[in-house]
Design a protein around this ligand. Sequence first.
Ligand code: HEM
Length: 539
Amino acid sequence: MMVPFPVSSPATVLFCLIAVLVISRVVSNRKLRTKRENIVTIGVNIKNNTNGIISQTSALLRSLTSTSEWARNGYQRFSKTPIQRAFALPSMWTGSDVVVLPPALLASVLNRPEAELAAHHAQLDTIQLPYMMSDSDVYNNPIQYDVIRRTMSRQHVGSLAATTAKELQNAFSTYWSAPVKHDRDWATLDNWEACGKVFTRVAMLSLVGSPLGHDERLLDWARKYASSVITGTAFINCLPPGWIRSSAGPLFGIQARYYQSRCLRIMGPVIQERIWKLQSGAGQDVDDFLQSTILRCSRTGDPRQMDPQRIALRLLGLATMSIMGMVYVFTHCVADVYGMPDRKREELLAALEAECKREARPDEGVTFSLLDSTLNESMRLNNISVTSLARDVAVDSLHIPGVEKAGGDAGGISYTLPRGSRIVFPTQEMHRDEGVYGRNPEEFDPFRFYREFQTEGGRFDDMCKGLLVFGYGKHACPGRHYAMQTLRQTLAYLVLNYDVALVGPVDADGGHALRGKRQTLLNVNVPNVDLKIRVRRKR
Ligand code: HEM
């Protein structure tokens, strides 16, 4: 089973963490920057003692379990006031605190030049690639992102739809239907693993093409690689940064590096052959993502970029982002839809089915308002992290003008942040803000976006109404059009072809008793990888 967050011996892990943290704090005497002007730190009870090692260490330790609650508290107390204010959260992630900026500053801050506010290091800290990848050029010089921006843009993504639709069909029949003898029998599957296999197959085919995308050994290793990157990251981020993280971190990356080497062993020779073919003038007519990546690497004029292992790792990194993003979203969507109370679930499924039958092709160019509304609503409620869009101050002192007072008066509170400060946005709380999303923002209401946020022609805005699941500004997810298209196709396929039931206790109204329950480790919302589903093909 794919277990991204094993919890086999939490007491041991906690004990080790406390020990290393205390030692590291005594040695390094790092300080929370709690005296920053205009910014209150939630969760620290220091009073006039900003050097209080005990209270600071205790706050960092409590950040492992309290980040979500603190973010909620800070959002209500500071971000929602008429002059929205920043606050700070202690975080083991940085070993200090992170500054949580209010929503109104999103556009002005995230569009700052990279030289002032840098994304790169903060993004690497978000998935800890240096511990998971053997070649630093892949993440320090990510030319593969250009290929996504070009081939998976809104205009181009539709051309991938036919391939993903066909592959989805193959994936569902291989992984979901094959376990049972008769077509109409129920099979019991792990939700996380079953969705993981489907999305690995589809994402890998889109990125590495055929024959690699059909190699079952590679698909298995790639899925395990993606999973171990996420698990490793979760644990590494719980280690105090500095020498402890850099010494112990590699241990948490061992598993990922093992899977990486298995993948590269299979991918390398096939990519090498493609390169030779291209260099000999053959295979010019092939038009897939792998080909585009090779051509992009060749355009650098640097022969080191034509190393097949490096190209393979670039693709594996993208596959990891694709697989984990889509699996996280879809497993939650399955739990949300099929965990609803009986009456509401039946109403939704009937409406989704009618929409899918009305619109024959769930791909680009066709409006699928209710499918998209359902996915948006599930993503709104199931943020991967509590805060996101992390950036680091890259100048000695960064001045951020505050939110203006109502009526256009200048004079909102402004902030001056020193080099190295990490800023984030309270995206989880923004997604649950009653002022934006209306009544019962905590409730899964799949018709919410359909009812309230459709634009002309039935589409939703790219980043509609403050929904930030794909980020914002120049670093917004370049794979979002592909991800949404594939998620939409998958939900349509599931609704049309399978009966699904969640395994586990149900409430009196027929809803799944565990719906909406979540666990947070530091800044990450841990998915319920133990959820089982029963599935059966429809007639
Ligand atoms: C449901 C699935 C996905 C979710 C929720 C998601 C989410 C995100 C978010 C929030 C960011 C912005 C991070 C930031 O601002 O620091 C991002 C960036 C990125 N995503 Fe996605 N993503 C998904 C799927 C994909 C796919 C399918 C691909 C590739 C095919 C992809 C490739 C990337 C890349 C390369 C970046 C970095 C962009 C940059 O730094 O300029 N993502 N993603």
